[in-house]
Design a protein around this ligand. Structure first.
Ligand SMILES: Cc1cc2nc3c(=O)[nH]c(=O)nc-3n(C[C@H](O)[C@H](O)[C@H](O)COP(=O)(O)OP(=O)(O)OC[C@H]3O[C@@H](n4cnc5c(N)ncnc54)[C@H](O)[C@@H]3O)c2cc1C
Ligand code: FES
Length: 270
């Protein structure tokens, strides 16, 4: 059952002029959240915005004894809600409903976990990287951004023994270009007996390219899709994704319930 709390802002850390990490006191949601799940947030008590917005759980915040005390979200400012979250002040209350949706499947050794993130699509991978590490799964993060200043939390992932493969569109860090290019090369170099599980989150074009690359090399891939979500609870049908059923025909699923994590090879990409 999702939990609804008026979560106190513990801290708000700007990372750039449009990215921030917002820490919220929501212990019961944090304790129940699995990597890939999301929360629906509303930063204002007014009618603007009217609806909550979906955000991946970025980090689970813990006290010295290891108990969950809250969660953080990594937010990119694009509109009214994300602007309010960027400007949120310590002590302010944010309506927070969650955890929602289906999480990633955590790989088992010797399968490796390869995470592919574009921009703010990094958000679900902090908790996933921690879960992979606690299971002893070797992991790699392919992380693409527009420029070097928008590659965040690199030391966080290094501390979890995650191998980093970085790309930027302007070539200011890592390889110049899109993140799927090094992914394709690394998959091509793998022996068929090496087992790897792919996880992707980012813009739809990147997800489609990742899905096609995974299918080309016949590798399992889960993607976290970002549809506009009006409710997060299955009631409004704003979030549907066309998926192939067991009988080969396509039907629409509500990505807030069946996803946001979905099997890449079952989605109709075009
Ligand atoms: C499951 C899920 C997890 C998400 N996790 C994160 C996260 O961790 N961090 C983060 O910054 N964002 C995340 N998003 C996207 C986030 O929900 C949107 O950026 C947010 O709803 C925008 O709200 P707004 O009021 O600021 O912008 P609005 O004023 O509502 O929208 C501004 C513009 O962005 C478009 N837009 C809104 N939502 C989306 C969307 N989901 N996909 C594409 N275009 C959109 C609108 O059509 C409009 O053109 C996630 C989305 C989903 C579905
Ligand atoms: S967001 Fe309302 S049905 Fe999915």
């Amino acid at each position: 059952m999702p939990i609804d709390v008026a979560a106190r802002v513990i801290a708000n850390r700007p990372l750039s002029s449009d990215y921030n990490v917002l820490a919220l006191a929501a212990p019961s949601i944090a304790a129940a959240a699995a990597p890939g799940q999301f929360v629906m947030l509303k930063a204002s008590g007014s009618g603007n915005p009217l609806l909550r917005r979906p955000f991946s759980v970025f980090e689970i915040l813990r006290d010295a004894a290891g108990s969950a005390i809250g969660l953080s979200i990594l937010s990119k400012r694009i509109g009214v809600s994300t602007s309010l979250l960027y400007e949120a002040r310590e002590g302010q209350r944010i309506d927070c409903l969650g955890p929602l949706g289906q999480p990633f499947t955590i790989a088992e050794p010797p399968t490796e976990g390869w995470m592919i993130a574009g921009g703010v699509g990094l958000a679900p991978f902090a908790t996933l990287a921690a879960a992979l590490r606690s299971r002893g799964v070797k992991s790699t993060l392919f992380y693409g951004a527009r420029r070097a200043e928008e590659l965040f939390y690199l030391d966080f992932f290094r501390e979890l023994d995650v191998t980093l493969v970085l790309t930027t569109e302007d070539g200011s860090a890592g390889e110049r270009g899109r993140v799927v290019a090094p992914l394709d090369r690394k998959l091509a170099a793998l022996s068929p007996t090496d087992s790897v599980m792919l996880y992707a989150c980012g813009p739809e074009g990147m997800l489609a390219a990742t899905a096609r690359t995974a299918m080309k090399y016949q590798r399992t891939c889960e993607v976290s899709v970002e549809r506009i979500m009006g409710c997060g609870l299955g009631g409004c049908y704003s979030c549907v994704v066309p998926m192939r059923g067991d009988d080969g025909t396509f039907h629409h699923v509500r990505s807030c319930l069946a996803g946001p994590v979905l099997q890449a090879d079952q989605i109709k990409w075009d």
